[in-house]
Design a protein around this ligand. Sequence first.
Ligand code: GLP
Length: 236
Amino acid sequence: MNFIKVDSYDKLSAIAANIIASQVTLKPDSVLGLATGSSPLGTYAKLAEKYRAGELDFSRVTSVNLDEYVGLDGSNDQSYRYFMDNNLFCNINIDRNNTYVPNGCADDLKAEGQAYDEFIKKLGGIDLQLLGIGLDGHIGFNEPEAFFTKETHEVQLDESTIEANARFFASKADVPTKAITMGMMSIMQAKKILLIANGAKKKDIINKAFFGPITPFVPASILQLHPDVTVIYSEN
Ligand code: GLP
């Protein structure tokens, strides 16, 4: 594991954007696994800057997102599809038809999960997976539980996750209680993983996840078993 500690969110975002930019430059048809939440916003802004400066071309990139709330479609401004469209895709030249987010409105979420995993496999897997981390150690929406789940699957969100994400909604009651998330198989099979976290409040979970025992009760701890993980953390 490559653990990089920096002293500002701006530096974290610059390094993360450089890693993603290198990936796209070296392999223009990369499959990028993308994440939502507040952590990647700076990275996405810097990627858009690089695109505008003519340094990056996303026209052959395919993206697969980690997760989506159950019951929110892309027109809902709290959906992760909406987040990606508005915080990244509209600012770069990726073909929107090549951007994928699990469908949280599918009638059969189990079938949706299976189809998502099959699709990622057909793409040849993920070249670079970007991750944030929840305060309880979740990655994507893989919440702490007694086992690691392999497949893309429906999850019941933990109370702490609902509370943490309530800041994006009008009220806590508006936060969906369920989500569909990529499981550990597609994440762990990614060729490279880049996890970003910032803020003093994430210090404890970063220590547990990367310097503590590997346990499904701290889902991100599984990343210790991956051969090519970079973690960038800024306490500020
Ligand atoms: C959500 C997302 C995760 C993200 C986490 C942390 O729960 N499903 O993918 O990593 O939030 O969010 P933030 O970066 O805002 O702390």
